[in-house]
Design a protein around this ligand. Structure first.
Ligand code: PMP
Length: 287
């Protein structure tokens, strides 16, 4: 996919090819940093404030200094989109690490490193229409997954296993309970009620998850932020996953078991349509 030419670093906006990283860099060597992925629809950031708030929460949790305040950060991201003349659907990747220093586990006394770049990213229209397959896999991650840290090895391995099994997402479970996806939050619908794992420290508090909860409340749908088991997942009337890039994605199969009749459900569709409206998406994926 096309990367836009200009990137933003703590030193300002620069052409992407001029960005050079030392090999003794905390993100590279320890995964000692945090990140965000932010949606852009037709050149405009979506849920920008929510992502920035979460970035600061992650930074605080790992005692990392963000080299800008929230307003400066937002202004710089707007400037980056403008400088790149972004008018398409795209996504921004932003990463902050504990800086460049000789390799020692303890914190170095150096400034943080930050970079952000924008990549074209069309909405996954066909998948949003048809739904996707998923697999189940054990959640072997640590207890602080609300921190959006660079340490994604369990997520990488799970997603790869999903791919090798013809699926697009791996759904994690721990002690029989569903936690979240390798890069998404998980919802089920049962008897016209919506269930999702509580925003506890062991899952990422997804920005799209939050928006779905708001939309559900507005539509008078009964919502339960409670854990549910892998069996409840398999027995659900509808299943969907949420994330910045995949929005509200219907799940039609879990571990080879069809959900309902293998077609996205009505409540999922209603939420997808409400999501398009509230995100001010111009080019609808649904006819
Ligand atoms: N959980 C995990 C593990 C993720 O990586 C993501 C994607 N950032 C999500 C949930 C969904 O979060 P969001 O809705 O903010 O994209």
């Amino acid at each position: 996919m096309n990367l836009y030419n200009y990137v933003w670093t703590q030193d300002g906006i620069t052409a992407k090819d001029s960005l050079v990283y030392p090999f003794e860099e905390r993100g590279l060597q320890f995964g000692d940093g945090i990140y965000e992925v932010i949606r852009i629809y037709q050149g405009n950031y979506d849920l920008l404030d929510a992502h920035i708030e979460r970035l600061y929460r992650s930074a605080e949790a790992i005692r990392l200094q963000v080299p800008f305040n929230k307003e400066e950060l937002i202004t710089s991201l707007q400037n980056l989109a403008e400088k790149n003349a972004v008018h398409t659907d795209a996504k921004l990747y932003l990463q902050i690490t504990r800086g460049s220093a000789p390799r020692e586990h303890t914190f170095p006394d150096v400034p943080s490193n930050l970079y952000a770049y924008i990549e074209e990213s069309p909405r996954p229209a066909a998948q949003l229409q048809q739904g996707v397959r998923t697999i189940l896999t054990e959640d072997i991650r640590w207890d602080l997954c609300y921190i959006k840290s660079l340490n994604l090895l369990p997520n990488v391995l799970a997603k790869q296993t999903a791919k090798e099994n013809g699926a697009v997402e791996a759904i994690f479970h721990k002690d029989g309970q569903v936690t979240e996806g390798s890069s998404s939050n998980v919802f089920i619908v049962k008897d016209n009620m919506l269930f999702t794992h509580p925003a506890a420290p062991n899952i990422l508090h997804g920005c799209v998850r939050d928006r779905v909860l708001t939309l559900a409340a507005e539509s008078a749908l009964e919502v339960h932020e409670t854990t549910f088991s892998t069996q409840q997942l398999l027995d659900a009337d509808e299943v969907f996953i949420t994330s910045t890039t995949s929005e509200i994605m219907p799940v039609i199969e879990v571990d080879g078991n069809r959900i309902r009749n293998g077609r996205p459900g009505m409540i999922t569709r209603q939420l997808q349509l409400a999501y398009e409206q509230v995100s001010d998406i111009q080019q609808t994926a649904f006819i």
